[in-house]
Design a protein around this ligand. Structure first.
Ligand SMILES: Nc1ncnc2c1ncn2[C@@H]1O[C@H](COP(=O)(O)OP(=O)(O)OP(=O)(O)O)[C@@H](O)[C@H]1O
Length: 315
């Protein structure tokens, strides 16, 4: 379990992390989401004792990182996959890590197998692709068989196959009962990976809910209906106080209506009990990224304002 309480970090004029409070529970993947510069890395660094908080606390299994007796046995982290010595083999790198942390060298072969690097264990890590480097980083994080894992943007720059692999791997680690915190600036990726979401913007907490709740709450939901009795349907819906929009986007389908803030169940019942035939009844959702941008819009540190300024200047 990770407990963050009133965590704050100030760098000169910048409040990188601003009074953050949240808990990361075991058994599920928790996504740590925010636009670039929101303070995700700084928060993770403070949890891992790499940065000192200006105020507040970050506890791992009830203790600050520096009070952990054998940190690598409690918490593993993947912050920057490229910090490996380029001339060392993957195996030598892990053996060095194990030796310097008092972990048995027998664990090295085990973690190489877990991340699927056994075949290339003797190769120099400097020649590894990003995907292989990420796997090596994961192997390092798992050396001490820790119950708590932190990953900072682990899928950044990976190809689709690498992304799916990492996603499944993190879910497996959580299913084993571990606490898994993964940062990302992509909601769509987190929606597929995590069960719970901690969302921040400009260092502040925006939301701390299940992924489902976050998606339901933040994306506009509407229902698209087609009917041979469109006029009767429109009158019925508006008589119920529903907001209805014409949707002519598919001329081959004929005319359709879009009903805002309602459900397919409610409209199906209403049409059925009034004897109106429906040819289509489908729920529509705004894209997740749209929802995320709407929610964090005011909190994005570097707005695309530059673009408007350039455009404005050109006009
Ligand atoms: N060592 C530092 N000195 C000064 N400012 C810093 C330092 N580290 C981070 N910051 C600032 O703190 C803010 C948060 O940065 P942080 O890297 O934690 O964000 P992030 O959410 O991880 O974003 P990204 O995905 O871009 O890394 C930014 O404004 C950043 O410029």
């Amino acid at each position: 379990m990770i407990e963050v309480r009133g965590l704050t970090k100030i760098y000169g004029p910048t409040k990188a992390v601003d009074d953050l409070t949240f808990t990361v529970k075991p058994g599920i993947v928790t996504g740590f989401l925010g636009p670039n510069g929101a303070g995700k890395s700084t928060t993770m660094r403070m949890i891992l004792g790499l940065d000192r908080p200006t105020s507040g606390t970050a506890l791992i299994d009830g203790k600050p990182y520096h009070d952990l007796k054998q940190p690598l046995r409690t918490v593993g982290a993947l912050l920057d996959a490229k910090w490996v010595h380029p001339n060392r083999s993957a195996k030598a790198h892990l053996q060095w890590m194990a030796a310097s942390n008092g972990l048995p060298s027998s664990r090295v072969d085990e973690v190489l197998r877990l991340v699927g690097l056994t075949e290339v264990a003797g190769k120099k890590a400097g020649g590894f692709s990003l995907g292989m480097s990420q796997r090596l980083g994961l192997a390092g994080a798992l050396l001490g068989d820790p119950k708590v894992l932190l990953f900072d943007e682990p899928v950044n720059g990976l190809d689709p196959e690498g992304i799916v692999w990492i996603r499944k791997f993190m879910q497996r680690l959580a299913a084993e009962g571990r606490t898994v915190l993964v940062s990302s600036h992509l909601l769509s990726e987190m929606a597929l990976t995590a069960e719970h979401l901690v969302v921040i913007g400009r260092g502040r907490l925006i939301s701390d809910t299940s992924v489902q709740e976050f998606v339901d709450r933040s994306s506009e939901s509407s229902v698209r209906v087609r009917s041979p009795q469109l006029d009767a349907l429109r009158s019925l819906l508006t008589s119920q106080g529903l907001t209805v929009r014409e949707d002519g986007r598919d001329p081959l389908d004929g005319q359709a209506l879009v009903v805002l803030d309602s459900t397919t169940d409610a409209i199906g019942h209403l049409a059925g009990s009034n004897g109106i035939i429906l040819h289509e009844l489908s729920s529509q959702r705004g894209s997740l990224e749209e929802a995320f941008m709407k929610l964090t819009g005011d909190d994005v540190q570097y707005h695309a304002a530059g673009v408007e300024e350039v455009m404005g200047g050109a006009l």
